[in-house]
Design a protein around this ligand. Structure first.
Ligand code: ADP
Ligand code: MG
Length: 612
């Protein structure tokens, strides 16, 4: 048999290599942006059409290329950035592999115009699927202008694999944010389908952050600055109260290269320990600078992972820098994140007044013995209520008693003091504790209901129904309210538009990432339409990484979560009784959609036990 091994033609080899470098339009944006930065551009314009699927264009005013370089740059392993092995350990540029342009040119139709300063004529090259179609002189401004058209036009399988425009655009934004943040000295414009989404003037990092993420970041930024043992850390972190439920805005740059590192992330999170609630994420944009010889950026082809030779030192410097920044900026944690479960100690005045059961009255303040008693009490009720039996019982109790649950009307309330409490029917009693829990007697004992969770369950079922029936109940506004989003959030909003409209939002596109809000869900009376919308968006962002979730269900869940009455919200008796009735009319009154317990039932034997 004759020999069978052959060298692959360049075009095919490039196409294979492209599989690694070019995964989606966002990878092209990243590579082109980095090339422009390496070329010392001061002004960069990014133009995308159809989320980069039909066009990605980058125009820069960098150093440009000579006629020969303009052809060479499309060869594989062609780079001006390193020459010998030692250079690998002293990389100061973003690129160095010389693969990007060759890869992109293998899977797209590419047109480039470029001119070096001082040369009268520039060069125009058209290259499609690695084949050069045109290579000629051209009059063009100094710098480089690259158009990448119809990405994956010759690899249909990959083109079909691309996600929806909003998803692809979000990836593009992510790459753009990274480069824009690490290069505030450069001006950027970003156009999507002829609309200018960003216009970022060059300036300081703080300004760049505010321009990218919104004005409200202005008050939230805390500067960080430290230099120890030739390791320099700088940038901004967010005040604890600005921590979000999405991990989104967390950026590390090592020698100006965006990196991901769960290890370093841990260092920052650790510095916030005790200042922010669990499952929230602080904002940060932090730059770590060190001698390139101490860091290996070569471990991953798409280059977001790096290896430090002394990770531990960086960890501890980072942590202490963030801690110091949090301390010196005279921040006081203004939030109380721990829900005090010893709620009986803290009867609100209001509760005592309205309570028809005076035996609950003595508010016990800081008596150590009481505290230990309370602890036992808590343990007891937790033990007692883990069992299914009680849940069933609770439902039965309510089904039987709901007729009797006629609570005081507002008019009755006026006479509350003159009423003879002892003679009142016990079932008329419902009161609020700690502005968070509703306590009410039921046939078998007493029930403690978490008001927020109960309302969450009620709203969740209603929003889900509205969606199914395609008719949201809208509370129309007298005047529309305009709300401006940052571009990434606006893309997200469009993704969930249909769902939230069916649940009662009424708005229209106002252009420039702005909507006119005409109406909000009639069910959401405790929160402004704006807050609800932002809450739902942030929740959606948080969940979208999980591919298993049901989109509609999650949107209904987050609508419910944000629209539900909060802890701290005073309720009158009518409101409490109606809440209870609505809860037990739900399909599943026991748990919130997220699976949290909504109420506890303390039965008589449990109460008796406590007194023994
Ligand atoms: P790398 O960036 O790893 O060197 P690329 O394939 O991205 O590899 O680019 C190849 C070469 O083309 C670069 O080394 C650089 O010399 C040149 N080049 C690419 N883009 C530009 C640009 N926007 N301006 C000037 N030169 C560029
Ligand atoms: Mg490059």
């Amino acid at each position: 048999m004759s020999d069978v091994i052959q060298l692959l033609p360049d075009s095919l080899a490039n196409q294979i290599a492209a599989g690694e470098v070019v995964q989606r339009p966002a990878s092209v944006i990243k590579e082109l942006l980095e090339n422009s930065i390496d070329a010392k551009a001061e002004n960069i314009t990014v133009i995308v059409k159809d989320a980069g699927k039909t066009l990605i264009q980058l125009v820069d005013d960098g150093v440009g290329m000579s006629e020969t370089d303009a052809r060479m740059c499309f060869e594989r392993h062609a780079t001006s950035k390193i020459k010998k092995t030692e250079d690998l350990f002293n990389i100061r540029t973003m690129g160095f592999r010389g693969e990007a342009l060759a890869s992109i040119a293998a899977v797209a139709q590419l047109e480039m115009r470029t001119r070096r300063a001082g040369q009268t004529l520039g060069t125009k090259i058209i290259i499609e699927g690695s084949y050069v179609k045109t290579h000629e002189n051209d009059t063009c401004p100094t710098g480089t202008n690259i158009q990448v058209k119809n990405l994956f036009y010759n690899v249909p399988a990959r083109r079909n694999f691309l996600k929806s425009n909003p998803v692809e655009l979000r990836h593009i934004m992510e790459e753009f944010h990274r480069v824009a943040l690490s290069n505030p000295q450069v001006s950027f414009s970003f156009y999507q389908n002829d609309i200018e989404v960003y216009h970022l003037k060059n300036g300081k990092l703080g300004q760049r952050i505010v321009h990218l993420f919104g004005k409200n970041y202005q008050q939230q930024l805390v500067p960080c600055q430290e230099e120890i043992d030739e390791i320099k850390i700088s940038g901004y972190i967010g005040k604890p109260e600005s921590a979000k439920r999405t991990r989104g805005e967390q950026y590390f740059f090592v020698n100006n290269r965006f990196i991901k590192s769960s290890y370093l992330n841990h260092a920052v999170t650790n510095a916030y320990h005790g200042l922010i609630p669990e499952n929230t994420f602080p904002f940060f944009v932090l730059f770590i600078e060190l001698d390139p010889k101490h860091v290996d950026i070569n471990v991953h082809p798409t280059k977001t992972e790096v290896k430090f030779d002394d990770e531990k030192t960086i960890y501890s410097i980072l942590k202490s820098t963030v801690k110091r920044a949090l301390g010196t900026s005279s921040l006081t944690p203004s939030m109380d994140f721990t829900v005090d479960t010893n709620f009986i100690q803290h009867f609100q005045k209001r509760d005592i007044q309205h309570s028809s059961d005076s035996s609950f009255k003595p508010a016990r303040e800081n008596n150590p013995r009481d505290e230990s008693n309370l602890k036992n009490w808590e343990e007891l009720y937790i033990d007692a209520f883990e069992s299914e039996r009680f849940e069933k019982q609770a439902r039965n109790d309510f089904e039987q008693e709901s007729e009797e649950l006629v609570f005081e009307s507002a008019a009755n309330n006026i006479d509350v003091k003159t009423d003879n409490f002892q003679e009142k029917k016990e079932t008329n009693t419902v009161f609020q504790v700690r502005l968070a829990y509703i306590v009410t007697p039921v046939k078998s004992g007493m029930m403690i209901i978490d008001q927020h969770r109960a309302h969450e369950r009620i709203l969740f079922e209603r929003f889900s129904k509205m969606y199914e029936n395609k008719q949201g109940q809208v509370q129309q506004h007298l005047f529309p309210e305009t709300i401006e989003f940052n571009p990434a959030d606006f893309v997200l909003l469009n993704e969930i538009k249909e769902e939230i409209k069916k649940m009662g939002f009424d708005f229209e596109d106002f252009g420039k990432n702005t909507i006119a809000l005409n109406g909000t869900p009639a069910l959401a009376t405790n929160i402004s339409g704006r807050e609800l919308l932002l809450g739902v968006l942030s929740e959606y962002k948080r969940n979208q990484v999980d591919s298993t979730y049901d989109k509609t269900e999650h949107i209904a869940r987050s609508m419910a979560k944000y629209a539900a009455i909060k802890k701290g919200n005073p309720l009158n008796k009518d409101e409490m009784s109606s809440l209870i009735n609505q809860l037990f009319a739900c399909e599943n009154p026991n748990y919130t959609p997220a699976g949290e317990k909504i109420y506890f039932l303390l039965d008589e034997s449990g109460i008796e036990k406590m007194f023994n």
